[in-house]
Design a protein around this ligand. Structure first.
Ligand SMILES: Nc1ncnc2c1ncn2[C@@H]1O[C@H](COP(=O)(O)OP(=O)(O)OP(=O)(O)O)[C@@H](O)[C@H]1O
Length: 236
């Protein structure tokens, strides 16, 4: 279970961009998060993935309240999350060939055994041909780089995936391919998913339910009769 309880977070102490927001994702569940640009979706996603410390509120991961974020978080908790961002070029070291980019988390956590095989298996899974693995980010397309970033997010076999507008820059066929990779991984491992986006149709198809930003702050307070706190839309 991933529980964001009454989270307030932002970048300037007295002007939080996320105020009193609560959201719970059940084990294995896929939740889509929709909302207008600039409302704070990415900030909340970063709190959920241990990348941004909230000003107040509690994040509970699989029953454990989180006390530390970023490099201070315990490694086993940090590696429970795989994160993919909207702009792969901002999250990829431009010096690394794609094979090293994908392997980065394995090296950083000292898991070198079977590294080459794991990278090859994931690269093939996300649709990267072997010749692309020797190229650096500036030598591949956005879609190819995003495939590598997704492989990197999966390489440590996370229990939770946070996809923050993962497909916003991509065409329809690459979008479908990346969503299929995420869903295959989730089917095989039971990982839960928070998918942030603007494309309601995509999120409705992809996720078990889609939540609207406007309803999230209300869910921190007792719901009033007749007031929906989240919208459940059947997948497909
Ligand atoms: N590093 C930062 N420093 C200061 N302000 C920031 C920072 N990152 C985001 N913000 C501000 O916080 C607010 C929420 O940003 P956030 O990226 O969480 O929104 P979002 O809902 O994900 O938007 P979008 O859908 O456009 O990606 C915005 O007003 C943004 O300008």
């Amino acid at each position: 279970m991933l529980e964001l309880r009454a989270i307030t977070a932002g970048y300037v102490k007295k002007a939080p961009v996320v105020r009193d927001v609560s959201l719970t994702i059940a084990p294995g569940e896929a939740v889509g998060l929709l909302g207008p640009s600039g409302c704070g979706k990415s900030t909340l996603a970063r709190v959920a993935a241990l990348l941004h410390r909230p000003d107040s509120g509690t994040l509970v991961v699989d029953g454990e309240p989180v006390r530390h974020w970023r490099h201070r978080a315990p490694r086993e908790l940090r590696t429970a999350f795989g994160v993919v961002f909207q702009q792969p070029r901002l999250s990829a070291d431009p010096r690394l060939p794609l094979r090293d980019l994908i392997a980065e988390p394995l090296r950083a956590t000292g898991r070198r055994e079977g590294l080459a095989e794991r990278v090859a298996e994931l690269a093939s899974g996300v649709g990267l041909t072997p010749d692309l693995l020797d190229r650096r980010p500036h030598e591949v397309s956005d879609g190819q780089l995003q495939r590598a970033c997704l492989a990197r997010a999966l390489v440590l076999r996370p229990r939770w995936l946070v996809c923050d507008e993962m497909t916003a820059m991509l065409d329809a066929s690459t979008t479908a391919a990346l969503v299929a990779v995420v869903e295959e991984y989730r089917a095989a491992t039971g990982a839960g998913l928070l998918a942030v986006g603007h494309d309601r149709t995509l999120l409705d198809r992809w996720c078990d339910r889609t939540v609207h930003w406007e309803t999230l702050a209300a869910s921190a307070r007792p719901a009033q009769a007749g007031q929906p706190v989240a919208e459940r839309i059947p997948a497909g």
